[in-house]
Design a protein around this ligand. Structure first.
Ligand code: ARG
Length: 251
């Protein structure tokens, strides 16, 4: 009888212990999330070289809802999908457009932002480039591996692509190309920070795009955490709060 009681206590202790371990495990779960941080207002570095922006707030809010820690890792844009494939990252949030081609290599969460491409030219060339198709004979600057670079290829086939977006804008300024083809909200941010009258955005949106968070193909555990977190922040108002923080002027 005593022995039986001891066994009972032992079993209870073991169950309690494993419950504690499971609990501790959930809280300790860290998601390594990649981004390329020259894409304001989605991801860029603050004065202390810390990544900030819309995407960073979104992924942190998801982490908070789901009780997982988010570790942000920065890397070149064209390295993000390979790093998911080789499982160096759990997810990537980086203004990544959901495309059919990418969806063959990685999984995407539900879309979290509607976007599109636009072209910025020097104001002095405003009359020359009234439509994006007017760039058909132009050299176009963009970022390596982006939808902007892919479309520039279709428009003129003469593309200068850079690792970072500031380099693309610097090249435009130096007249090494006629236009920067990039996501419209990022062009908008650039214009808002530039000297009035220096640059001009061709008033045309090239492509309807949606951003999703990319996950290693088949990693349903991570996809499920991210989708569930997204749904929760959409419901509890956090998503709108973050949207308004970064895009208030446009609403
Ligand atoms: N939306 C574009 C794409 O998916 C550009 C994304 C660039 N993102 C970045 N963080 N640099 O190709």
């Amino acid at each position: 009888m005593t022995c039986g009681f001891k066994q009972f206590i032992g079993a209870v202790t073991m169950v309690a212990c494993s419950m504690f371990v499971a609990q501790a495990h959930a809280e300790d779960k860290v998601l390594k999330v990649g981004c390329e941080p020259t894409f304001p207002p989605f991801e860029f570095l603050d004065d202390n070289a810390q990544p900030i922006g819309y995407d960073i707030d979104i992924i942190k809010a998801i982490g908070e809802e789901e009780g997982v820690k988010i570790e942000i890792v920065t890397m070149p844009f064209d390295g993000l999908i390979p790093a998911l494939i080789t499982a160096q990252l759990d997810a990537s949030i980086s203004g990544i457009t959901i495309t059919e081609e990418r969806a063959k290599k990685v999984d995407f969460t539900e879309p979290y932002y509607d976007s599109g491409l636009s072209a910025v030219v020097l104001s002095e060339n405003k009359d020359k480039f009234q439509k994006i198709s007017d760039l058909s004979k132009s050299r176009i600057c963009s970022q390596i591996g982006t939808t902007g670079a892919a479309h520039a290829q279709k428009i003129s086939g003469n593309v200068a692509s850079f690792n970072t977006n500031p380099e693309a804008f610097m090249e435009l300024r130096a007249k090494g190309c006629d236009a920067v083809l990039l996501d419209k909200p990022v062009n908008g941010y650039f214009l808002s920070k530039s000297k009035v009258g220096e640059y001009y955005e061709i008033p045309e949106i090239l492509n309807a795009e949606q951003y999703g968070i990319a996950v290693k193909k088949g990693n349903q555990q991570v996809s499920q955490i991210l989708n569930s977190g997204l749904e929760k922040i959409r419901k509890n108002g956090k998503f709108d709060e973050i949207y308004n923080k970064w895009f208030a002027a446009k609403k």
